[in-house]
Design a protein around this ligand. Structure first.
Ligand code: NAP
Length: 467
């Protein structure tokens, strides 16, 4: 469903009226038009800063120069020394930040690994405060900090936690121009996996992700190829006939995967159409069927990627909720996922398989009338955390994506007022598109997310509920 208000505010009259009345003017987000390229930041001005004792200069510069970024530093910045040291070691060219209004950085990347006290937080203020208004429309701010859970010193842990609030608030400030701010918390040796994560957060592949924190751990082989990273991989997507699932199937295929789309037998026609567009194969099978897990294993062979996307809502206040509405939602959205994975974990997965489950911000914030749905979507978050060590032992990962308000048939069925409120109450003042969820799923399905395991990423434009 199209967002008529957004289109209206981009007309001459609408822009004027919105400005006169102080109404939000949602930006047209800049989304990726194709797959991951080897150099997604080619010639884009990226200004790098850091704490004076920052530790990840080499990893950050290696990743950014590999992405083709035009690298700038601020000559008077007190965190310059470790960046210059790393640049010399790597043979990377840094340019001095030009003075004046005409320099419009596309991204700010700040290495906060050395921020170890409340007073040391001043360093990020000093770097970003004078420059933030010059960030380009659709620009990116990415802060890298140490993961609080791995820090034992009180000052270090406090400062690292403070950065979460900083990024959340900054995301709300810069969202009106389509820009995003996110935080990557780097665990021990996780900096070796920065190349893939930076590609996601600093490119148009993450257009609807802002105000979020992702923890990056160690492990996995260094990546040598970023485009077509799923080439030859076999991927199963449930609920692939339409909406978010169809978009996930398309995006995985874009990165080279051979996709098997699964949906209820009633949707066989729509599924066939969705699969024929991407050269995929359809499997008409209900996720709750007694033989679903067995048929997936026998008909799909060892899977490299499994995306549990099929989901339903059956909203009723708890006092009015009939048991069949509870059972149905619990079984489709959660029970079937657990059952299918149990079987796949026996002998249905290839080594290094990546699983992705679709949660929802409804599982984080809760919604009146959604006790069944909210329970399943919160359950997914705990499930991904619980199963992560098992997948890590196999060289793979399991993560979840929690969509906010996404323009699909599910949300088109909402009452008008709820729909309009749902769309606007986020930092980007608009609903996301299925492709936004598909991009996050594809990131988790690919080696770009090596080092990320057991986590849930909200793709919601920083929805104001549950944040
Ligand atoms: P959708 O348009 O309703 O599509 C869901 C697909 O899953 C449909 O093709 C549906 O088929 C299929 N499906 C339902 N039950 C199934 C079953 N038992 N076995 C196999 N396939 C089944 O929904 P969507 O908006 O794309 O949502 C996709 C996922 O994102 C869901 O898990 C949803 O909870 C989650 N999500 C969506 C939003 C949003 O704003 N749209 C927000 C948060 C989370 P039928 O048409 O036959 O039922």
């Amino acid at each position: 469903m199209s967002d008529r208000y957004l289109e209206f505010t981009h007309s001459a009259f609408g822009r004027q009226l919105a400005s006169m009345m102080g109404l939000p003017s949602p930006p047209h987000l800049r989304r990726a038009v194709g797959g991951y390229s080897e150099q997604p930041l080619e010639s884009r001005a990226t200004l790098i800063g850091g704490a004076p004792n920052a530790q990840w200069g080499e990893a950050v510069l290696a990743a950014l120069s590999g992405m083709g970024a035009d690298l700038y530093v601020a000559p008077e910045h007190n965190g310059l020394a470790p960046i210059k040291f790393a640049a010399t070691k790597l043979g990377v060219t840094l340019k001095g930040e030009p003075s004046g209004e005409r320099f419009v950085p596309q991204a700010f990347v700040f290495d906060a690994s050395g921020v170890d006290s409340a007073s040391a937080l001043r360093t990020i203020y000093d770097f970003l405060q004078p420059r933030i208004s010059r960030l380009a429309a659709h620009g990116r701010v990415l802060v890298l900090s140490r993961a609080p859970r791995e820090l034992s010193a009180v000052g270090e842990r406090t400062a690292a936690s403070a950065l979460r609030g900083f990024v959340r608030s900054l995301g709300k400030e810069i969202g009106r121009k389509g820009a995003t701010a996110n935080l990557v918390e780097v665990g021990n040796d996780g900096q070796n996996n920065l190349a893939g994560v930076l590609r996601f957060f600093l490119s148009e592949h993450s257009a609807f992700v802002t105000g979020q924190t992702l923890v990056l751990g160690a492990g996995g082989a260094p990546l040598s190829q970023f485009g077509q990273s799923l080439f030859g991989k076999r991927a199963l997507v449930t609920g692939a006939a339409r909406g978010i699932g169809a978009s996930i199937a398309q995006t995985l295929a874009r990165e080279g995967a051979q996709v098997i789309g699964m949906d209820r037998p009633q949707e066989e026609g729509a599924l066939g159409e969705s699969m024929s567009r991407i050269g995929g194969r359809g499997l008409a099978l209900d996720v709750t069927a007694a033989d679903a897990a067995e048929r997936i294993v026998s008909e799909c062979g060892p899977l490299d990627v499994v995306v549990h996307n099929a989901g339903v809502t059956r909203d009723k206040m708890l006092r009015n909720m009939a048991p069949h509405l509870w059972d149905m939602v619990l079984d489709i959205n959660l029970g079937a996922i657990v059952r299918i994975n149990e079987r796949l974990l026996q002998d249905g997965l290839a080594d290094g398989a990546r699983l992705v489950c679709i949660s929802s911000i409804g599982g984080i914030a809760g919604n009146a009338g959604q006790t069944n749905y909210g329970a399943t979507k919160a359950g997914i978050i705990g499930y991904a955390e619980a199963l992560a060590p098992e997948l890590a032992r196999r060289g793979g990962a399991i993560n979840a994506v929690a969509p906010g308000f996404i323009e699909t048939q599910m949300t088109a069925a909402m009452p008008l007022v709820n729909r309009e409120v749902g769309r606007r109450l986020n930092s980007l003042s608009q609903g996301g598109l299925p492709i936004d969820i598909a991009e996050a799923v594809t990131f988790f399905a690919s080696p770009l997310s090596t080092g990320v395991n057991g986590q849930t990423l909200r793709v919601c434009g920083q929805n104001f509920v549950g944040a």
